[in-house]
Design a protein around this ligand. Structure first.
Ligand code: ADP
Ligand code: ZN
Length: 215
């Protein structure tokens, strides 16, 4: 499957993407994970992106499009991909349309995961992430804590609160989402690709996606 996952920070895009990869071997492409990996590795990309990310601002479109143009041509994308956190602005969506045309790729759907704001806020404040750039497993102090407090079940690295998950950065990210990313819902509605799924359970979101894909 070739899907775009749209939704506010904390809507569950990453969790849903991981569940979908298990169905048909499509790969999850998270620009946030790629950028955090680059920051952790101290690459040029990471150095450029770090300041924007800490503040909860978007990284410039040109940097993101450079990443995606390369990533979508990797061999593992042939089976399909789940775009998680990209596109994030109308210019990125327009550039993606052009890029896919150039690469001869057709999208199946753009899924908008719609979750109430109070649930989002609660999730973001309680979310914790594995600090290992190659792992980035996600936990929740209330609903899904690691087995050993502060230690990743998968790789043993420290599990931390992301620097952009302080209260100020979170509210700034939500504002940025409303202003820059929410308009993509209208953009994909016009192309006929939009499917809106309302609900707080990732299982229900995955089931709805499967049924609209007929799988
Ligand atoms: P979330 O969806 O929880 O906000 P992400 O992991 O998707 O988190 O993104 C974290 C940060 O990485 C964003 O706040 C932003 O600075 C940057 N980022 C990720 N994807 C993009 C993108 N497509 N365009 C611009 N910035 C991005
Ligand atoms: Zn880990």
């Amino acid at each position: 499957m070739k899907l775009i996952l749209l939704g506010a920070p904390g809507a569950g895009k990453g969790t849903v993407a991981k569940m979908l990869t298990a169905i048909d071997g499509s790969v999850q492409i998270s620009t946030g994970d790629i950028l955090r990996g680059a920051v952790a590795a101290g690459t040029d990309l990471g150095k450029e992106a770090e300041g924007y990310m800490k503040r909860g601002d978007l990284v410039p479109d040109s940097l993101i499009m450079g990443i995606m143009e390369k990533r979508l041509q990797d061999n593992d994308c042939k089976k399909g991909f789940l775009l998680d956190g990209f596109p994030r602005t109308i210019p990125q969506a327009e550039a993606l349309t052009e890029l896919l045309k150039k690469l001869g790729i057709t999208l199946d759907m753009a899924v908008s995961i719609d979750v109430p704001r109070d649930v989002i806020l609660d999730r973001l404040c309680t979310r914790r992430t594995c600090a290992n750039g190659d792992c980035q497993a996600i936990y929740n102090v209330k609903s899904n804590p690691p087995k050993k407090e502060g230690i990743c079940d998968k790789c043993g690295s420290p599990v931390v609160q992301r620097e952009d998950e302080t209260e100020t950065a979170i509210s700034h990210r939500l504002e940025t989402y409303n202003e820059k990313t929410a308009p993509l819902i209208g953009f994909y509605a016009k192309t006929g690709l939009l499917k809106t799924v309302t609900g707080t359970s990732s299982d229900a979101v995955v089931a709805a996606i499967k049924s609209s894909l007929g799988i």
